[in-house]
Ligand binder design. Structure first.
Ligand code: PMP
Length: 441
Protein backbone atom coordinates (compact mmCIF):
# COMPACT_ATOMS: atom_id res chain seq x y z
CA UNK A 1 0.00 0.00 0.00
CA UNK A 2 1.50 3.34 -1.02
CA UNK A 3 2.15 5.61 1.94
CA UNK A 4 0.14 8.44 0.45
CA UNK A 5 -2.97 6.35 -0.10
CA UNK A 6 -5.69 6.74 2.55
CA UNK A 7 -7.02 3.22 2.49
CA UNK A 8 -9.55 3.74 5.26
CA UNK A 9 -11.59 6.57 6.69
CA UNK A 10 -10.50 8.16 9.97
CA UNK A 11 -11.85 5.38 12.13
CA UNK A 12 -11.60 6.22 15.85
CA UNK A 13 -10.94 2.58 16.73
CA UNK A 14 -7.43 2.67 15.21
CA UNK A 15 -6.12 4.52 18.28
CA UNK A 16 -6.28 2.23 21.32
CA UNK A 17 -6.50 4.91 23.98
CA UNK A 18 -4.66 4.61 27.32
CA UNK A 19 -6.55 4.42 30.63
CA UNK A 20 -9.78 5.03 28.71
CA UNK A 21 -13.14 3.30 28.38
CA UNK A 22 -12.49 3.03 24.63
CA UNK A 23 -15.93 1.81 23.59
CA UNK A 24 -17.69 4.45 25.65
CA UNK A 25 -15.39 7.21 24.35
CA UNK A 26 -15.79 6.25 20.73
CA UNK A 27 -19.55 6.34 20.96
CA UNK A 28 -19.36 9.88 22.39
CA UNK A 29 -15.91 11.35 21.69
CA UNK A 30 -14.59 14.36 23.54
CA UNK A 31 -11.98 16.04 21.34
CA UNK A 32 -9.79 19.03 22.04
CA UNK A 33 -8.47 20.82 18.97
CA UNK A 34 -6.74 23.86 20.51
CA UNK A 35 -5.66 25.34 23.83
CA UNK A 36 -4.68 28.78 25.11
CA UNK A 37 -4.04 29.96 28.66
CA UNK A 38 -6.64 28.41 30.95
CA UNK A 39 -8.88 27.06 28.18
CA UNK A 40 -9.22 24.20 25.77
CA UNK A 41 -11.28 24.48 22.60
CA UNK A 42 -13.35 21.44 21.68
CA UNK A 43 -14.01 20.12 18.18
CA UNK A 44 -17.46 21.73 18.43
CA UNK A 45 -15.84 25.10 19.16
CA UNK A 46 -16.70 25.20 22.88
CA UNK A 47 -14.32 26.65 25.48
CA UNK A 48 -13.52 24.33 28.40
CA UNK A 49 -11.85 25.74 31.51
CA UNK A 50 -8.88 23.54 32.37
CA UNK A 51 -9.28 22.48 36.01
CA UNK A 52 -6.58 19.82 35.76
CA UNK A 53 -3.63 21.41 33.90
CA UNK A 54 -4.08 18.72 31.26
CA UNK A 55 -2.96 15.68 33.25
CA UNK A 56 -1.39 17.64 36.15
CA UNK A 57 1.27 18.93 33.78
CA UNK A 58 0.55 22.28 32.09
CA UNK A 59 1.42 24.29 35.20
CA UNK A 60 2.03 27.51 33.26
CA UNK A 61 -1.18 27.16 31.26
CA UNK A 62 -1.38 26.49 27.54
CA UNK A 63 0.36 27.84 24.46
CA UNK A 64 2.91 29.93 26.33
CA UNK A 65 4.77 31.95 23.64
CA UNK A 66 8.22 31.50 25.19
CA UNK A 67 7.85 27.71 25.16
CA UNK A 68 6.35 27.59 21.66
CA UNK A 69 9.17 29.74 20.27
CA UNK A 70 11.90 27.78 22.07
CA UNK A 71 10.65 24.52 20.57
CA UNK A 72 10.40 25.99 17.09
CA UNK A 73 13.88 27.53 17.29
CA UNK A 74 15.47 24.35 18.67
CA UNK A 75 13.86 22.16 15.99
CA UNK A 76 15.29 24.46 13.34
CA UNK A 77 18.79 24.51 14.89
CA UNK A 78 19.57 21.04 16.30
CA UNK A 79 16.70 18.58 16.07
CA UNK A 80 18.34 15.53 17.61
CA UNK A 81 21.70 14.53 18.98
CA UNK A 82 22.71 11.12 20.33
CA UNK A 83 22.64 10.99 24.10
CA UNK A 84 25.26 8.23 24.52
CA UNK A 85 28.89 9.42 24.58
CA UNK A 86 27.75 12.72 22.98
CA UNK A 87 26.15 15.86 24.29
CA UNK A 88 24.60 19.17 23.33
CA UNK A 89 24.50 22.38 25.35
CA UNK A 90 20.78 22.62 26.13
CA UNK A 91 20.71 19.38 28.16
CA UNK A 92 23.57 20.65 30.36
CA UNK A 93 21.98 24.09 30.76
CA UNK A 94 18.67 22.57 31.82
CA UNK A 95 20.40 20.24 34.31
CA UNK A 96 21.99 23.28 35.95
CA UNK A 97 18.71 25.20 36.08
CA UNK A 98 17.08 22.15 37.70
CA UNK A 99 19.86 21.82 40.27
CA UNK A 100 19.37 25.51 41.12
CA UNK A 101 15.73 24.99 42.06
CA UNK A 102 16.17 21.52 43.59
CA UNK A 103 16.66 20.99 47.34
CA UNK A 104 20.23 21.61 48.51
CA UNK A 105 22.60 18.77 47.73
CA UNK A 106 20.60 17.38 44.81
CA UNK A 107 23.24 18.28 42.25
CA UNK A 108 22.83 15.79 39.41
CA UNK A 109 20.14 15.11 36.83
CA UNK A 110 19.47 11.90 34.91
CA UNK A 111 17.03 12.44 32.00
CA UNK A 112 14.16 10.20 30.96
CA UNK A 113 11.10 10.70 28.74
CA UNK A 114 8.30 10.29 31.24
CA UNK A 115 7.43 9.90 34.88
CA UNK A 116 7.26 6.13 34.53
CA UNK A 117 10.78 6.02 33.14
CA UNK A 118 12.01 8.36 35.87
CA UNK A 119 10.70 5.87 38.43
CA UNK A 120 12.34 2.87 36.74
CA UNK A 121 15.58 4.84 36.51
CA UNK A 122 15.52 5.88 40.17
CA UNK A 123 14.85 2.30 41.32
CA UNK A 124 17.72 0.99 39.16
CA UNK A 125 20.06 3.75 40.34
CA UNK A 126 19.22 2.88 43.97
CA UNK A 127 20.01 -0.81 43.40
CA UNK A 128 23.24 -0.06 41.51
CA UNK A 129 24.25 2.52 44.15
CA UNK A 130 24.26 -0.11 46.88
CA UNK A 131 26.24 -2.50 44.66
CA UNK A 132 28.74 0.23 43.85
CA UNK A 133 29.31 0.57 47.62
CA UNK A 134 29.66 -3.16 48.18
CA UNK A 135 26.17 -3.72 49.58
CA UNK A 136 24.81 -5.95 46.85
CA UNK A 137 22.48 -7.62 49.36
CA UNK A 138 20.26 -4.56 49.38
CA UNK A 139 17.72 -5.54 46.75
CA UNK A 140 14.31 -5.12 48.38
CA UNK A 141 12.12 -2.20 47.35
CA UNK A 142 9.38 -0.64 49.42
CA UNK A 143 6.42 1.32 48.08
CA UNK A 144 3.09 2.23 49.59
CA UNK A 145 -0.54 1.25 49.30
CA UNK A 146 -2.39 3.55 46.89
CA UNK A 147 0.95 4.73 45.52
CA UNK A 148 1.16 5.54 41.81
CA UNK A 149 4.57 5.32 40.21
CA UNK A 150 3.72 5.02 36.55
CA UNK A 151 2.94 1.94 34.56
CA UNK A 152 6.21 0.13 33.87
CA UNK A 153 7.05 -3.06 35.73
CA UNK A 154 9.09 -1.51 38.53
CA UNK A 155 6.54 1.24 39.00
CA UNK A 156 3.51 -1.04 39.21
CA UNK A 157 5.43 -3.37 41.55
CA UNK A 158 6.18 -0.66 44.10
CA UNK A 159 2.86 1.01 43.30
CA UNK A 160 -0.17 0.11 45.33
CA UNK A 161 -3.10 0.39 42.92
CA UNK A 162 -4.88 -2.92 42.56
CA UNK A 163 -6.18 -2.42 39.01
CA UNK A 164 -2.77 -1.36 37.72
CA UNK A 165 -1.19 -4.57 39.05
CA UNK A 166 -3.61 -7.44 38.98
CA UNK A 167 -3.77 -8.01 35.21
CA UNK A 168 -0.04 -8.29 34.66
CA UNK A 169 1.33 -11.38 36.33
CA UNK A 170 4.16 -11.75 38.80
CA UNK A 171 5.75 -8.27 38.78
CA UNK A 172 8.97 -7.66 40.73
CA UNK A 173 9.59 -9.87 43.73
CA UNK A 174 11.00 -8.62 47.01
CA UNK A 175 8.64 -5.67 47.28
CA UNK A 176 6.78 -4.53 50.42
CA UNK A 177 4.20 -1.80 50.87
CA UNK A 178 3.75 0.70 53.66
CA UNK A 179 0.19 1.63 54.62
CA UNK A 180 -1.30 4.65 52.86
CA UNK A 181 -1.78 7.82 54.88
CA UNK A 182 -5.47 8.40 54.30
CA UNK A 183 -7.20 7.76 57.62
CA UNK A 184 -10.79 8.64 58.52
CA UNK A 185 -9.74 10.76 61.53
CA UNK A 186 -8.41 13.36 59.09
CA UNK A 187 -11.68 13.89 57.20
CA UNK A 188 -12.24 17.53 56.07
CA UNK A 189 -8.72 18.54 57.06
CA UNK A 190 -7.41 21.66 55.40
CA UNK A 191 -3.84 21.40 54.19
CA UNK A 192 -1.71 18.81 55.92
CA UNK A 193 -3.64 16.64 58.37
CA UNK A 194 -2.69 16.50 62.04
CA UNK A 195 -2.91 12.76 62.64
CA UNK A 196 -0.99 9.81 61.26
CA UNK A 197 2.77 10.52 61.50
CA UNK A 198 3.06 7.13 63.23
CA UNK A 199 2.09 5.39 59.96
CA UNK A 200 5.73 5.85 58.91
CA UNK A 201 6.77 3.53 61.75
CA UNK A 202 5.48 0.58 59.76
CA UNK A 203 8.83 0.80 57.99
CA UNK A 204 10.46 -0.36 61.22
CA UNK A 205 8.28 -3.48 61.09
CA UNK A 206 9.39 -4.25 57.52
CA UNK A 207 13.02 -3.63 58.48
CA UNK A 208 12.69 -5.97 61.45
CA UNK A 209 11.12 -8.61 59.23
CA UNK A 210 13.74 -8.64 56.47
CA UNK A 211 16.80 -6.89 57.92
CA UNK A 212 17.92 -3.44 56.85
CA UNK A 213 20.84 -5.01 55.00
CA UNK A 214 18.36 -6.41 52.42
CA UNK A 215 16.49 -3.16 51.73
CA UNK A 216 17.57 -0.86 48.90
CA UNK A 217 14.98 1.89 48.73
CA UNK A 218 11.68 3.32 49.83
CA UNK A 219 9.68 5.21 47.22
CA UNK A 220 6.69 7.39 48.04
CA UNK A 221 4.87 10.31 46.50
CA UNK A 222 5.31 12.98 49.19
CA UNK A 223 1.64 13.67 48.48
CA UNK A 224 -0.15 10.91 46.58
CA UNK A 225 -1.86 12.49 43.58
CA UNK A 226 -3.36 9.97 41.19
CA UNK A 227 -5.17 7.99 43.87
CA UNK A 228 -7.10 11.00 45.04
CA UNK A 229 -4.81 13.59 46.67
CA UNK A 230 -3.76 11.83 49.87
CA UNK A 231 -1.80 14.26 51.98
CA UNK A 232 1.12 13.39 54.24
CA UNK A 233 0.21 13.87 57.90
CA UNK A 234 2.35 16.44 59.72
CA UNK A 235 5.66 14.84 60.72
CA UNK A 236 5.13 11.70 58.60
CA UNK A 237 7.75 12.42 55.94
CA UNK A 238 10.26 13.53 58.60
CA UNK A 239 9.79 10.18 60.32
CA UNK A 240 10.23 8.28 57.06
CA UNK A 241 13.41 10.26 56.41
CA UNK A 242 14.82 9.52 59.86
CA UNK A 243 14.14 5.78 59.67
CA UNK A 244 15.58 5.44 56.14
CA UNK A 245 18.65 7.44 57.13
CA UNK A 246 19.22 5.41 60.30
CA UNK A 247 19.18 2.19 58.27
CA UNK A 248 21.09 3.25 55.14
CA UNK A 249 18.00 2.98 52.94
CA UNK A 250 17.65 5.26 49.91
CA UNK A 251 14.56 7.48 50.06
CA UNK A 252 12.99 8.42 46.73
CA UNK A 253 10.27 11.04 46.44
CA UNK A 254 8.17 10.60 43.33
CA UNK A 255 7.38 14.22 42.54
CA UNK A 256 5.92 13.74 39.09
CA UNK A 257 2.82 15.61 40.27
CA UNK A 258 4.12 17.61 43.24
CA UNK A 259 7.08 19.06 41.31
CA UNK A 260 7.19 22.48 39.65
CA UNK A 261 5.01 24.57 41.88
CA UNK A 262 1.96 22.41 42.34
CA UNK A 263 2.24 22.54 46.15
CA UNK A 264 3.58 26.09 46.35
CA UNK A 265 7.32 25.36 46.09
CA UNK A 266 9.59 24.07 43.34
CA UNK A 267 9.28 20.60 44.84
CA UNK A 268 7.21 18.99 47.57
CA UNK A 269 10.49 18.23 49.34
CA UNK A 270 10.89 21.95 50.00
CA UNK A 271 7.26 22.51 50.94
CA UNK A 272 7.37 19.57 53.37
CA UNK A 273 10.89 20.37 54.61
CA UNK A 274 12.31 16.90 53.92
CA UNK A 275 15.13 16.15 51.49
CA UNK A 276 15.14 12.64 50.02
CA UNK A 277 18.10 10.99 48.25
CA UNK A 278 16.44 11.17 44.84
CA UNK A 279 13.47 12.96 43.30
CA UNK A 280 11.64 11.76 40.20
CA UNK A 281 9.89 14.39 38.11
CA UNK A 282 8.27 14.87 34.67
CA UNK A 283 5.00 16.58 33.61
CA UNK A 284 5.57 20.22 34.68
CA UNK A 285 9.25 19.92 33.70
CA UNK A 286 8.28 20.91 30.15
CA UNK A 287 4.82 22.25 31.01
CA UNK A 288 3.56 18.98 29.54
CA UNK A 289 4.43 20.16 26.05
CA UNK A 290 7.17 17.65 25.17
CA UNK A 291 7.64 14.30 26.90
CA UNK A 292 10.48 14.53 29.40
CA UNK A 293 11.23 13.22 32.87
CA UNK A 294 14.22 13.33 35.17
CA UNK A 295 15.75 11.87 38.29
CA UNK A 296 17.37 14.45 40.54
CA UNK A 297 20.12 12.77 42.54
CA UNK A 298 21.87 13.67 45.75
CA UNK A 299 25.64 14.05 45.32
CA UNK A 300 26.32 11.05 47.54
CA UNK A 301 24.30 8.83 45.17
CA UNK A 302 25.97 10.15 42.02
CA UNK A 303 29.47 10.21 43.47
CA UNK A 304 29.32 6.55 44.48
CA UNK A 305 29.38 5.72 40.77
CA UNK A 306 32.25 8.05 39.87
CA UNK A 307 35.08 5.71 40.84
CA UNK A 308 37.40 3.42 38.94
CA UNK A 309 39.00 4.12 35.55
CA UNK A 310 37.69 7.28 33.92
CA UNK A 311 37.02 5.74 30.52
CA UNK A 312 34.49 3.22 31.85
CA UNK A 313 30.73 3.75 31.61
CA UNK A 314 29.49 4.29 35.17
CA UNK A 315 25.80 3.46 34.74
CA UNK A 316 24.51 1.02 32.15
CA UNK A 317 21.18 2.70 31.69
CA UNK A 318 19.66 5.38 29.45
CA UNK A 319 17.26 6.18 26.64
CA UNK A 320 17.59 7.19 22.98
CA UNK A 321 15.83 10.43 23.87
CA UNK A 322 17.51 11.17 27.23
CA UNK A 323 17.99 14.95 27.29
CA UNK A 324 16.55 15.34 23.79
CA UNK A 325 17.43 18.83 22.45
CA UNK A 326 13.84 19.92 21.78
CA UNK A 327 12.66 18.62 25.16
CA UNK A 328 15.59 20.38 26.84
CA UNK A 329 14.73 23.64 25.07
CA UNK A 330 11.11 23.24 26.17
CA UNK A 331 12.29 22.58 29.75
CA UNK A 332 14.50 25.67 29.79
CA UNK A 333 11.71 27.87 28.45
CA UNK A 334 9.27 26.36 30.94
CA UNK A 335 11.50 27.05 33.95
CA UNK A 336 12.03 30.59 32.66
CA UNK A 337 8.26 31.04 32.35
CA UNK A 338 7.72 29.80 35.92
CA UNK A 339 10.39 32.22 37.12
CA UNK A 340 9.15 35.20 35.12
CA UNK A 341 5.56 34.76 36.33
CA UNK A 342 6.69 33.72 39.84
CA UNK A 343 4.25 30.84 39.57
CA UNK A 344 5.47 28.73 42.50
CA UNK A 345 4.86 31.66 44.87
CA UNK A 346 1.56 32.33 43.12
CA UNK A 347 0.37 28.80 43.91
CA UNK A 348 1.21 29.39 47.57
CA UNK A 349 -0.49 32.81 47.59
CA UNK A 350 -3.65 31.37 46.06
CA UNK A 351 -3.77 28.43 48.45
CA UNK A 352 -6.02 30.06 51.09
CA UNK A 353 -8.54 31.20 48.46
CA UNK A 354 -8.46 27.79 46.79
CA UNK A 355 -8.92 26.08 50.15
CA UNK A 356 -11.94 28.22 51.12
CA UNK A 357 -13.52 27.76 47.71
CA UNK A 358 -13.14 23.98 47.73
CA UNK A 359 -14.33 23.58 51.30
CA UNK A 360 -17.44 25.63 50.50
CA UNK A 361 -18.61 22.40 48.82
CA UNK A 362 -18.83 20.70 52.20
CA UNK A 363 -22.51 19.87 52.55
CA UNK A 364 -23.04 19.52 48.79
CA UNK A 365 -24.85 16.32 47.83
CA UNK A 366 -22.77 13.12 47.99
CA UNK A 367 -19.61 14.86 49.26
CA UNK A 368 -17.93 12.88 52.06
CA UNK A 369 -14.50 14.54 52.20
CA UNK A 370 -12.51 17.46 50.81
CA UNK A 371 -8.70 17.77 50.82
CA UNK A 372 -6.31 20.43 49.53
CA UNK A 373 -2.76 21.77 49.41
CA UNK A 374 -1.07 24.30 47.12
CA UNK A 375 -3.20 24.33 43.98
CA UNK A 376 -4.36 20.77 44.24
CA UNK A 377 -7.58 19.49 45.68
CA UNK A 378 -9.87 16.51 45.97
CA UNK A 379 -13.58 16.14 46.53
CA UNK A 380 -14.53 12.64 47.55
CA UNK A 381 -18.02 11.38 46.75
CA UNK A 382 -19.96 8.62 48.39
CA UNK A 383 -19.87 5.72 45.91
CA UNK A 384 -23.09 4.28 44.53
CA UNK A 385 -23.35 0.90 46.19
CA UNK A 386 -22.14 -1.81 43.80
CA UNK A 387 -21.04 0.78 41.20
CA UNK A 388 -17.82 2.38 42.40
CA UNK A 389 -16.48 5.17 40.12
CA UNK A 390 -19.88 5.67 38.45
CA UNK A 391 -20.97 8.77 40.34
CA UNK A 392 -17.69 10.65 39.95
CA UNK A 393 -17.43 9.72 36.28
CA UNK A 394 -20.90 11.16 35.72
CA UNK A 395 -19.74 14.34 37.46
CA UNK A 396 -16.79 14.47 35.03
CA UNK A 397 -19.12 14.15 32.01
CA UNK A 398 -21.56 16.74 33.36
CA UNK A 399 -18.80 19.23 34.24
CA UNK A 400 -17.36 18.81 30.75
CA UNK A 401 -20.75 19.59 29.26
CA UNK A 402 -20.85 22.71 31.41
CA UNK A 403 -17.39 23.76 30.19
CA UNK A 404 -15.11 22.71 33.05
CA UNK A 405 -12.49 19.96 32.86
CA UNK A 406 -12.08 17.93 36.04
CA UNK A 407 -10.46 14.54 36.62
CA UNK A 408 -11.75 11.59 38.55
CA UNK A 409 -10.10 8.62 40.15
CA UNK A 410 -12.44 6.12 41.71
CA UNK A 411 -15.15 8.26 43.30
CA UNK A 412 -12.78 11.15 43.93
CA UNK A 413 -12.78 14.35 41.90
CA UNK A 414 -9.21 15.65 41.61
CA UNK A 415 -8.46 19.25 40.71
CA UNK A 416 -5.08 20.74 39.77
CA UNK A 417 -5.53 23.85 37.62
CA UNK A 418 -2.68 25.67 35.89
CA UNK A 419 -0.92 27.94 38.39
CA UNK A 420 -1.95 30.99 36.32
CA UNK A 421 -5.57 30.53 37.39
CA UNK A 422 -7.48 33.67 38.47
CA UNK A 423 -9.79 33.72 41.49
CA UNK A 424 -12.85 34.21 39.24
CA UNK A 425 -11.91 30.99 37.47
CA UNK A 426 -11.59 29.18 40.81
CA UNK A 427 -15.13 30.42 41.57
CA UNK A 428 -16.35 29.14 38.23
CA UNK A 429 -14.92 25.64 38.85
CA UNK A 430 -16.50 25.46 42.30
CA UNK A 431 -19.87 26.86 41.17
CA UNK A 432 -19.99 24.39 38.29
CA UNK A 433 -19.16 21.53 40.62
CA UNK A 434 -21.87 22.68 43.00
CA UNK A 435 -24.43 22.56 40.18
CA UNK A 436 -23.16 19.22 38.92
CA UNK A 437 -23.24 17.60 42.36
CA UNK A 438 -26.72 18.94 43.13
CA UNK A 439 -28.06 17.28 39.98
CA UNK A 440 -26.29 13.91 40.40
CA UNK A 441 -28.17 10.74 41.31
N1 PMP B 1 4.63 8.97 39.19
C1 PMP B 1 3.63 9.74 39.61
C2 PMP B 1 3.59 10.19 41.04
C3 PMP B 1 2.63 10.15 38.72
O1 PMP B 1 1.62 10.91 39.15
C4 PMP B 1 2.72 9.75 37.37
C5 PMP B 1 1.69 10.17 36.35
N2 PMP B 1 0.49 10.61 36.81
C6 PMP B 1 3.79 8.93 36.99
C7 PMP B 1 4.72 8.57 37.93
C8 PMP B 1 3.91 8.43 35.60
O2 PMP B 1 4.23 9.44 34.71
P1 PMP B 1 4.07 9.21 33.15
O3 PMP B 1 2.60 9.07 32.87
O4 PMP B 1 4.70 10.43 32.54
O5 PMP B 1 4.81 7.97 32.80
Amino acid sequence: MALDAKSRPNDLSAFWMPFTANRQFKSNPRMFVAADGMYYTTAEGRQVLDGTAGLWCCNAGHKRPRIVEAIQAQAAELDYAPAFQMGHPRAFELANRLVEIAPDGMDHVFYTNSGSEAVESALKIALAYHRARGEAGRTRLIGRERGYHGVNFGGISVGGIVNNRKHFGTLLTGVDHLPHTHIPENQWSRGMPELGAHLADDLERIIALHGAETIAAVIVEPMAGSTGVLLPPKGYLQRLRKITQDHGIVLIFDEVITGFGRVGAAFGAQRFGVTPDMITCAKGLTNGVIPMGAVLCGSHIHDAFMQGPENLIELFHGYTYSGNPIASAAGLATLETYREDDLFARALDLEPYWQEALHSLKGARHVIDIRNLGLIGAIELEPISGHPTKRAFQAFLDAYDKGVLIRTTGDIIALSPPLIIETAQIDRIVETLGEVLAALD
